[in-house]
Design a protein around this ligand. Structure first.
Ligand code: CP
Ligand code: NVA
Length: 342
């Protein structure tokens, strides 16, 4: 069946079919190749289109990816940040959606509740792209599985371990990506996190694993989980929108789940390390410096500002996080083109 995504929103990846997800991954790889071949300037298929990008939380990669991708394709972009518009404060999401839908051909939204994405879809009448909510980060996942495909080739039957705060948006998203690509995923972290997960999402993924191959497992032992892994993936332990004070509790819960060389060496020799970024791997950020100063004595693993991953792993050749970051732009270009292209 040919894939046609025109007019569609990327609200949740789970609203897509396996063919549609693979189509986006392959289109991302094609667009990356054409940019590398210097063909991009001749390819501006979205001249005359405009997109709005709405951020209730800060961003580097997602914002820049939408801006550069839209510019490459010839489309105009308006950025609305966490402050500086009436969105969600003086004006409801419904009313904002109705206004923006009259100006723009597509809307990116980064925020908290998935229901806000649903409201934008319902009331704007144009494709909406989820640029991260508390539930999911679907544009990140297209880039991540594109990166895995570049590095590992065929993904079916390969093993990805997500270690750390797996009950958060990236844990779900990595699991969803594995279910679409037929990979074996291990969610590794404290046992109690499993009970905090949304059973409906797990059930949907289990159905996809039945169709596509692959499997889901949980582990609370990072060394056992790493055995035979092709990918070790982690994310911050305290996410955007969560208070700084949570670091104490989370480091207490996750101190046995820091990605270190011991974990990497327990995996396949060819294993790669992935991280959606931003990462706390040294004390060169104000947050990680403060964590080191205030919690380093209590939790020696964070005394140098290394939190979810050690600097040794981050600076090593295992680390593919910057390829992932670049691929955000190519994959977001694919998502925009596929959904609002002529
Ligand atoms: N990975 C990611 O979404 O990065 P930003 O928060 O910088 O957009
Ligand atoms: N879990 C992180 C992902 C950042 C890309 C957050 O929500 O902040």
């Amino acid at each position: 069946m040919p894939v046609n995504l025109r007019g569609r929103s990327l609200d949740s990846l789970l609203n897509f079919t396996t063919d549609e997800v693979n189509y986006l991954i392959n289109l991302s790889l094609d667009l990356k190749k054409s940019k590398y071949q210097g063909l991009q300037p001749a390819f501006r298929p979205l001249v005359g289109k405009n997109i709005a990008i709405l951020f209730q939380k800060d961003s580097t990669r997602t914002r820049c990816s939408f801006e550069v991708a839209a510019s490459d394709l010839g489309a105009g972009v308006t950025y609305l940040g966490p402050s500086g518009s009436n969105f969600g404060k003086k004006e409801s999401i419904e009313d904002t959606a109705k206004v923006l839908g009259r100006f723009y051909d597509g809307i990116e939204f980064r925020g908290f509740a998935q229901s806000d994405v649903d409201a934008l879809v319902k009331y704007s009448g144009v494709p909406v792209w989820n640029g991260l909510t508390d539930a999911e980060h679907p544009t990140q996942i297209i880039a991540d599985y594109m990166t895995m495909k570049e590095k590992l080739g065929d993904l079916k039957g390969k093993k990805v371990v997500f270690v750390g705060d797996y009950k958060n948006n990236m844990g779900y998203s990595v699991m969803i990506g594995a279910a679409f690509t037929g990979m074996n995923v291990v969610l590794c972290g404290p046992k109690k996190y499993k009970d905090q997960m949304d059973k409906k999402v797990i059930d949907k993924c289990q159905k996809l694993f039945k169709e596509n191959g692959g499997s889901l497992e949980f582990s609370d032992d990072k060394i056992k989980a790493a055995k035979n892994a092709d990918v070790i993936y982690t994310d911050v332990w305290v996410s955007l929108g969560e208070p700084f004070e949570l670091f104490d509790q989370r480091i207490g819960e996750l101190k046995d789940f820091q990605v270190d060389m011991k974990m990497m060496k327990a995996a396949k020799e060819s294993v790669i390390f992935m991280h959606c970024l931003p990462a706390f791997h040294d004390d060169h950020t104000s947050f990680s410096k403060e964590v080191a100063q205030t919690l380093g004595k209590k939790y020696p693993i964070v005394k140098n500002g290394e939190i979810e991953v050690t600097d040794e792993v981050f600076q090593s050749l295992y680390n593919k996080a910057f390829d992932q970051a670049e691929n955000r732009m190519h994959s977001i270009k694919a998502i925009i083109l596929a959904t609002i292209g002529y």
